[in-house]
Design a protein around this ligand. Structure first.
Ligand code: PLP
Length: 302
């Protein structure tokens, strides 16, 4: 077969290959960010999916808007507010996992040869995804407090990247936590160099003791001109269920519109049944208690 040239720079992820070992007895794999299935709130999800089918069978089973199921968008806006970020429902779209948000960012922003700065090391699936669109990835060094902002500034000035991709809160795979001071510095760099910052935040709610510093997105209100330069990816995968494939993306209107257009071509919309189930779950109000359990159990294990 003569495959597309864009596949020349990517290979199947070694981590996905390792997933195959997960079923084997005696193996606890830390290779992927898999929640413990024993932590899934099965009762809550049973109730939520039943409610979706009884209360809103039409919208739950019909085609839906590419931007996402409106009640869920409203709830995600409220959820972001609880985390300190003011985001109107129309400033976010629901995506098929945050992985799709990353893919849409790649599709909308990256032309072959464009440079993208990532942390070294960073999430493998993102590397593969951005490479698929022809990005040349530049690695910015990190320490326990996340990306070294002095080094980041030098790299931005030198390479003029299309954007900078960061996992500021519990970096994957580093576990690094970007300090508050550096978060502010990143926002200042975004403005100074007019550079888009992608904040990938699937793990922010899974802290064990003290809450992590506020997201870069929520801190953008303190740095004039920075808000439109932040694209934020969120996910219900690590706190509720990755199988639901419900994530979201927050970005300024023009970028969000382009990403929505690209999403139309890829999957039309995220599963309406999954979205209605997620929405009903959030309506049941079980997430805070669920988070408390998960934090406690994972803290003990850590
Ligand atoms: C840093 C990071 N971003 C994004 C994802 C994708 O998560 P999902 O597509 O399930 O929301 C993961 C999953 O492991 C991750 O670790």
């Amino acid at each position: 077969m003569q495959f597309a040239d864009r596949l020349n720079n990517v290979e199947t992820s070694a981590i996905r290959e390792l997933f195959k070992l997960l079923g084997k007895p005696g193996i606890i794999s830390f290779a992927g960010g898999f929640p413990d299935p024993a932590m899934f709130d099965v009762e809550g999800l049973k109730e939520a999916s039943a409610n979706a089918l009884t209360e809103e069978p039409g919208p739950a089973l019909q085609y839906g808007a590419t931007e996402g199921y409106q009640p869920l968008r409203d709830q995600l806006s409220t959820y972001m507010a609880t985390k300190g970020a003011t985001v109107a429902a129309n400033e976010l779209i629901v995506t098929t996992g945050s992985q799709q948000a990353l893919d849409l960012l790649g599709k909308t922003m990256i032309s072959p040869g464009d440079k993208v700065i990532v942390e070294g090391p960073t999430f493998l699936a993102t590397i593969q995804c951005f490479r698929l669109y022809g990005a040349e990835l530049i690695s910015a060094p990190i320490d326990a407090h996340g990306v070294k902002t002095d080094e980041l500034e030098k790299l931005i000035a030198e390479h003029k990247p299309k954007f900078v991709y960061l996992i500021p809160t519990f970096g994957n795979p580093s576990g690094a936590m970007l300090s508050l001071e550096r978060r502010k510095k990143v926002l200042e760099l975004a403005v100074k160099y007019n550079t888009l910052i992608v904040e990938d935040d699937p793990y922010g709610d899974l802290y064990f003791h003290a809450a992590p510093p506020p997201s870069i997105l929520s801190l953008s209100k303190d740095v004039p001109g920075s808000r439109d330069l932040i694209a934020y990816c969120g996910s219900l995968s690590k706190v509720l269920s990755p199988g639901l494939r419900v994530g979201w993306m927050i970005a300024q209107p023009e970028l969000l519109a382009k990403a929505t257009m690209c999403k139309q071509f890829s999957d039309a919309h995220t599963s309406t049944f999954a979205q209605a189930t997620a929405s009903q779950y959030l309506k049941l109000g079980r997430l805070p208690a669920q988070l408390a359990i998960v934090r406690k159990v994972y803290a003990e294990r850590a």
